[in-house]
Ligand binder design. Structure first.
Ligand SMILES: Nc1ncnc2c1ncn2[C@@H]1O[C@H](COP(=O)(O)OP(=O)(O)OP(=O)(O)O)[C@@H](O)[C@H]1O
Ligand SMILES: [Mg+2]
Length: 262
């Protein structure tokens, strides 16, 4: 099946939990955009990206509608998993598949109609750039750690599913290298929506969608005014990252850590 090029996804407003219409007019998402979805627990962040994943057509609790290239998406986007231009990776992504990593990726390649065997190792190599614990091809999918599974799913979404839109629901807690993921997704010209409680991920996104009571309450586009905050956050994140690695490695943290400016 020939895939239509996705130039733009448009989200049309629904209503909050009390039935009040959302404040935005339209939200456009284009390949290469990075957005973070922020807000308190229960504010509707997952519901927002789930609406995109299923191409809501005023048929979900939020009442939103999602258009592709300005039109209602074709039926096969919704029905056929292989035609779907969206990948969703959640915190609960588990693999119950009793295959080793390379057989699992091969199966996915075949179901997507690709035959390029080299893609399997490329996917594993990319996943290993996102995680500190390298994945090897002969290990069973079920024995991968949470962070390894999520890293492999992100790499799979980029190289095998190769969808133009990738939705990530709170994957940062899984111990994956979030800056590396954002940078790689930008390079591959994907649209990326990150549900996140992580200040660095939020600051690194081009736009922040703020959720409240089931609705979008604000869309913020900092346009460079947060540069100082990004530098400060990178600095703190660097120190936290070093400490985390030392603690993980069983070391004592006895002296102040050298400052690593990134
Ligand atoms: N506009 C809405 N109208 C009615 N119900 C809604 C609306 N938006 C979200 N909900 C419902 O509210 C509940 C919480 O929403 P959701 O799971 O999206 O929160 P969240 O922000 O992802 O929370 P967490 O940070 O804990 O993951 C869900 O049951 C969801 O279906
Ligand atoms: Mg959620």
């Amino acid at each position: 099946m020939i895939r239509e090029t996705i130039r733009e996804i448009t989200i049309l407003p629904g209503q909050n939990r009390k039935g009040t219409k959302e404040v935005f007019d339209k939200i456009h998402i284009r390949p290469g955009d990075t957005l973070s979805i922020v807000g308190p627990t229960g504010s509707g962040k997952s519901a927002f990206i789930n609406d995109i994943e299923i191409f809501a057509n005023r048929d979900t609790v939020t009442g939103r509608q999602v258009l592709v290239n300005g039109k209602l998406p074709p039926e096969h986007y919704v029905r056929d998993p292989a035609a779907k231009p969206v990948s969703l990776i959640t915190q609960n992504t588990r693999c119950l598949c009793d295959l080793n990593v390379s057989d699992f990726l091969r199966m996915h390649l075949l179901s997507r109609g690709h035959m390029k065997e080299s893609c399997i190792q490329e996917t594993i190599n990319l996943a290993n750039q996102f995680t500190g614990e390298p994945i090897v091809s002969y290990v069973r999918m079920t024995s991968l750690s949470g962070g390894q599974t999520r890293s492999l799913m992100v790499a799979d979404a980029i190289l095998i599913s190769n969808t133009p839109i990738i939705l990530l629901d709170e994957v940062e807690n899984a111990g994956i290298f979030k800056e590396k993921v954002i940078e790689t997704l930008r390079q591959h010209h994907k649209a990326l929506l990150f549900v996140t409680h992580d200040p660095l991920v939020s600051l690194l996104s081009d736009r922040r969608i703020v959720m409240q009571d089931g609705a979008v309450s604000k869309v913020i586009e900092p346009n460079g005014v947060e540069e100082h905050a990004i530098r400060q956050m990178l600095h703190m994140d660097g120190i936290i990252g070093q400490m985390r690695e030392m603690i993980r490695a069983g070391e004592l943290v006895t002296a102040p850590l050298p400052v690593s400016y990134r």
